[in-house]
Structure formats: C-alpha cells, structure tokens
Write a protein that binds this ligand. Structure first.
Ligand SMILES: [Zn+2]
Length: 151
C-alpha cells in the first residue's frame, strides 16, 4: 500500500508554475500531474495570454507535458484552482483518479460533478492560491472573464 502523498507539497509545484505564469504576464494558474507514488509526470501553467491560445490551461499543459501514460487511475491532477468544465472533462476522459485543488473559492468549476462521478477531489483551501489569482483578477478582470468563458 502506498502512503498518502503530501498534497501540500504537491501543490507547491502547481503554485510555482502559477507564479511563473504571472511573471510571464499570464493568468496565474498552475498545475502538475503526479503519480500516486510521488513521481512528477508533468507540470505547466495557463498560457492563454502568452501564446494567445485559449486551450492551454494549467491542467491541459501539465497533461501534455506528461506525455503518454498507460493508465491515469493512479495519477493525481494538482491544480491551483478548481478545474473548469474543459479540464474536468479531461480528468474524466482519461480516468484520472484524484484531483487536488488549491482553492475553489474564486471558481468552483466542475468539482461537484467530478465527485458525483467517483473522482476523489481534495480542496486544500489555500489562501496563497486565493490571493495569487485574486490579485490578478482585480488588475485584469477582462482577461479572467475571457478565461472562464463569460462575456
Ligand atoms: Zn481548465
């Protein structure tokens, strides 16, 4: 039996990605895909602004960086913010077993739906994540509304 990973430590990888995104002038949302055994498979951050690509969310970036995996059941998607519908769909499509979110206060995304479908969702309620994204939204509300698909 594998011991429960230290989710806060895993979240630090996603937060570092979010901070890198902010330094690049982008939306500070980061993510990392880990194996349950603690191996980092891939990490990334939202690059909508940097690449002018609305499909690059933290989760999709981490997922792509991880490359092909035989199975996703024993993987953990760690993200600074609750995953949107698009990323929640990715989690279900590939059968990722566990999702760790830094916070779901700013945006709840699809976490109830994921839970209803048997995916373990752990919300770490990180104030650091709330403050990081909150500061960006206050400064650039239009970029944020575009990111979550609101007019
Ligand atoms: Zn997303």
């Amino acid at each position: 039996m594998i011991a429960t990973p230290d989710y806060r430590a895993l979240l630090d990888t996603a937060i570092a990605e979010a901070r890198q995104g902010l330094a690049e002038g982008g939306i500070p949302i980061g993510a990392a895909l880990y194996h349950q055994d603690g191996r980092l498979l891939g990490c990334g951050h939202n690059r909508r602004v940097q690449e002018s690509d609305p499909s690059i969310h933290g989760e999709t970036d981490a997922f792509r960086k991880a490359g092909r995996q035989r199975s996703y059941r024993d993987t953990i998607m760690v993200t600074t913010l609750a995953p949107c519908w698009y990323c929640s769909g990715l989690v279900r499509q590939f059968g990722i077993g566990t999702v760790v979110v830094g916070e779901s206060q700013t945006f709840q995304g699809g976490i109830d739906w994921l839970r209803e479908n048997g995916i373990e969702v752990i919300d770490l309620q990180s104030q650091e994540c709330v403050d990081l994204l909150g500061g960006f939204i206050a400064a650039h509300p239009e970029v944020w509304n575009e990111d979550i698909g609101e007019d």
